[in-house]
Design a protein. Structure first.
Length: 339
């Protein structure tokens, strides 16, 4: 066998082995990859979330889970057995609700851009939900530079563990509500800024929208010691969605999803705990104004909820709490509404 043929043969074998280690979620209607599909285990643990190519690692799934619930766009779209999900390609019915159009309230040139929308944020420890928050917020941007000027919460709910551990050395049992926050959205109106940073950028052009994935990592080779704790393997994944074939400007902005990974433990613990934070924002209104005053904003206090309407009952609201409550029932309690 010639050397070139041998190399091609080895490449094909290597590619086949590597490719077989992942599962690709695709739309059964378009055949395109489905990013941001969350795979829940039978006890409500989030086992994996698909990347911009629609892929998860097969190693994240085990046969003893029996059933896997798949959540896309904050809605459960399928429940699959191990044999049904353990394939190279899994086709899913992804269009379970219409994309809500962003309402443009004022289109004249102005100093500031107001982007109002719905958000949810939650954190898991070793896959299990630890705390949850959702609500309505408005981001204010400078219309010229596209820089974020302020983030303003207007209504919100907070759910936290009923009886978390108070032993700071048992890091897998602590309440991590301090990690709850809204997406930062620093360069959502100027995606070119990410190209000036040490980040990996990928783009997916879909049938109805374009998606940009920005990823980065730190502490991959060596852990960091801090006040008796150890941090390791920090990764961040940001996915911004825009109108199809658009300039990727604020007026084209459709959705933002952030996932942060960190391994964490006390120095006395033998093993790391995997902490994963999820932060999601879905614009509903776009307004151009010369003043930067936001009406009805409230101070975010994660020891209580603060809302004046049952906003989560709107059919378009990304109510992930309904998904989590189907698993955890009363394990997480809503904090008292202080409105």
């Amino acid at each position: 066998m010639k050397k070139s043929h041998l190399l091609n043969f080895l490449f094909i074998i290597f590619f086949s082995i590597f490719n077989a280690q992942s599962i690709s979620f695709v739309s059964e209607k378009t055949g395109q990859p489905l990013p941001k599909v969350a795979v829940f285990g039978k006890e409500g643990n989030i086992l994996a979330t698909s990347d911009i190519d629609g892929k998860i690692e097969k190693s994240t799934l085990s046969q003893d889970q029996e059933k896997f619930q798949l959540v896309y766009d904050n809605i459960s779209i399928a429940t699959l057995s191990f044999n049904e999900i353990n394939k190279d390609v899994v086709k899913l019915n992804d269009r379970v609700k219409e994309i809500e159009a962003v309402v443009i309230k004022n289109n004249k040139p102005a100093k500031y851009v107001f982007v109002k929308g719905n958000f949810n944020a939650y954190l898991t420890v070793n896959g299990k939900l630890n705390c949850y928050m959702d609500g309505i917020a408005t981001y204010v941007f400078d219309n010229k530079t596209k820089k974020l000027k302020s983030t303003n919460v207007q209504q919100y709910r907070v759910f936290r563990l009923e009886n978390p551990s108070t032993d700071r050395k048992q890091t897998g049992l602590l309440d991590y509500n301090a990690f709850l926050d809204l997406p930062k959205l620093p360069n959502v109106g100027n995606i070119e800024e990410y190209k000036n940073k040490k980040a990996t950028i990928k783009e997916l052009k879909g049938k109805t929208k374009d998606e940009i994935e920005i990823s980065g990592s730190a502490l991959q080779e060596k852990e960091m010691a801090l006040f008796g704790y150890r941090l390791y393997d920090i990764k961040a994944l940001i996915n911004h969605s825009y109108e199809k074939d658009s300039k990727k400007d604020l007026r084209d902005f459709l959705e933002s999803n952030e996932i942060g990974y960190i391994k964490f433990k006390h120095k006395s613990e033998p093993d790391y705990n995997q902490l994963i934070s999820y932060k999601n924002f879905y614009p509903t209104e776009l307004d151009f104004r010369d003043d930067n005053d936001v009406e009805n904003k409230v101070k975010l206090n994660k020891n209580n909820s603060n809302y004046s309407s049952n906003y989560w009952q709107d059919a378009s609201f990304p109510n992930m709490q309904a998904i989590f409550s189907s698993f955890f029932k009363d394990d997480l309690k809503e904090k008292e509404n202080k409105k």
